[in-house]
Design a protein around this ligand. Structure first.
Ligand code: ADP
Length: 437
């Protein structure tokens, strides 16, 4: 097409100049005839260049006089390109308006951030929830505007399920923040008002804590009387079995209440666990000795202290973590099996590991066993004195120590429970200890 158009144009020019030369030869002064023909051609070309320029400048859509030839085609093509681009622009504006209207109607706040956490855009809900001002805050760093420590550290290192923090604008309101990366170094911060959920959760926790607390005193009285009856030599024989069973059940209830209160305390504690010096090796040594010297039948429990590192944490909570995991391993492993308790360090920090050769856990149950009252086999757990709260306590306590709990298990072969603690919670006393109890 292009070649044909240009061939035609060149042919026209040659014919035009040929005709001028012929007229020059016929009437004389061919040079003047040729000059006049060239000038006319230049004028014709300039006229169309002017029209093209005017069109590109946003002028008339159609050049009325160019209906045929190269210029007509060039102008028609420019016109088509312009119409297409105008339509695209319109569509783009329409989409933009729709996005603006829909994000404006959202009750969740959305803030677009660049790689330096500077605000690129935000919707009206973000103004309401975070107190951002569209006139002054575009281009400013979000962590300079919202100074809540948890917010600042999450923004620096987003990940996981996001965070909940108090609203900087609305009194006693709570917000949930999640950061989603997209495009090239862009991120969108989604902010949701979760005041209702937080208050409901708090009410639920308070209720459980209060109910447990209120039930403890009457239960202590009942257990006390049952203890006395159980020890009474003169108790009629027909009462001995029921009293022993009542005592067993009231002890179980006391244990459930104790675990519930412990769990509620861990869940409602707002800050991380304290950073007291905890001598893990001594604590584990005593604990494993107690387990291993228990009178009832139990699997062999061995302790492997591969480091003498101490932890900076809460002694009661760490005791609870270690005790619950070893206790579970002992309870869910037959007397012929074995339990290994390991304390070691690596380049990521420290690891407390309990490995048993017990009954194991079916793969699909593993994600659920840290839920409150979740047991793989409720009957068996109850029979061996479980409350169903041990692992929930462990998970919370580990999290409060900036750690993670990892569970691996093969049904019928055994399980490994691993608690990882960050290096910043470790205190080395020099030298590596190698011991086995
Ligand atoms: P429980 O008081 O029932 O032991 P936990 O929260 O400590 O409650 O544990 C929840 C469930 O996880 C247990 O009932 C059991 O089914 C499973 N479980 C925990 N530890 C082990 C283990 N070492 N081996 C096999 N199953 C385990």
């Amino acid at each position: 097409m292009l070649r044909r158009r240009w061939a035609k144009q060149v042919a026209f020019l040659v014919a035009w100049l040929g005709a001028a030369a012929l007229l020059g030869l016929l009437f004389g002064a061919p040079a003047w005839w040729l000059t006049a023909a060239l000038l006319l051609y230049v004028a014709h070309t300039l006229r169309y260049i002017y029209l093209l320029d005017r069109m590109l400048d946003g002028g008339k859509r159609h050049a009325p006089f160019a209906t045929r030839g190269l210029w007509a085609e060039i102008l028609a093509r420019v016109d088509t390109i312009k119409t297409k681009s105008r339509n695209r622009k319109k569509k783009f504006h329409r989409v933009l308006r729709e996005i603006r209207e829909s994000t404006g109607a959202l009750s969740d706040g959305g803030v677009i951030l660049n790689g330096d956490n500077e605000i690129v855009w935000f919707n009206p809900a973000a103004t309401l929830l975070l107190g951002l001002d569209p006139r002054t805050d575009i281009g400013r760093r979000l962590d300079n505007l919202i100074r809540h420590p948890e917010f600042v550290s999450y923004l620096a290192e987003p990940g996981g399920e996001g965070i909940t923090f108090p609203s900087p604008k609305m009194e006693s309101a709570w917000l949930a923040l999640q950061i989603i990366p997209y495009g090239r170094d862009q991120r969108i911060a989604i902010v949701r008002n979760v005041t209702r959920e937080v208050n409901l959760e708090r009410t639920r926790r308070d209720f459980v804590a209060n109910a447990s607390h209120e039930l403890r005193s009457p239960l202590t009285v009942l257990s006390g009387y049952l203890d006395t009856f159980a020890d009474d030599e003169d108790l009629p024989n027909r009462w001995k079995v029921p009293i022993a069973e009542m005592l067993r059940q009231s002890n179980r209830m006391t244990q459930i209440l104790r675990d519930l209160m412990e769990l509620m305390r861990l869940e409602s504690a707002e800050s991380d666990a304290s950073r007291d010096f905890v001598d893990v090796c001594t604590m584990l040594g005593l604990m494993v000795r107690d387990f291993d010297s228990a009178t009832e039948e139990h699997p062999a429990v061995s302790l492997h202290l591969e480091t003498d590192a101490a932890l900076l944490g809460n002694e009661t909570e760490l005791h609870s973590i270690f005790f619950n995991l070893i206790h579970n391993a002992v309870r869910f492993t037959p007397a012929t099996g074995s339990v290994a308790v390991i304390w070691r360090t690596d380049d990521q920090g420290a690891a407390f590991e309990v490995t048993d050769t017990g009954i194991g856990i079916p793969e699909e149950e593993i994600p659920r066993i840290t839920e409150r009252f979740y047991r793989v086999d409720p009957g068996r757990s109850r029979a061996i004195g479980g409350t169903g709260l041990g692992l929930a306590i462990v998970k919370h306590a580990v999290q409060r120590h900036d750690g993670v709990l990892e569970i691996a298990s093969v049904e019928g072969e055994g399980s490994t429970f691993l608690c990882r603690f960050a290096a910043e919670r470790l205190l080395y006393r020099g030298g590596q200890a190698e011991a086995a109890v």
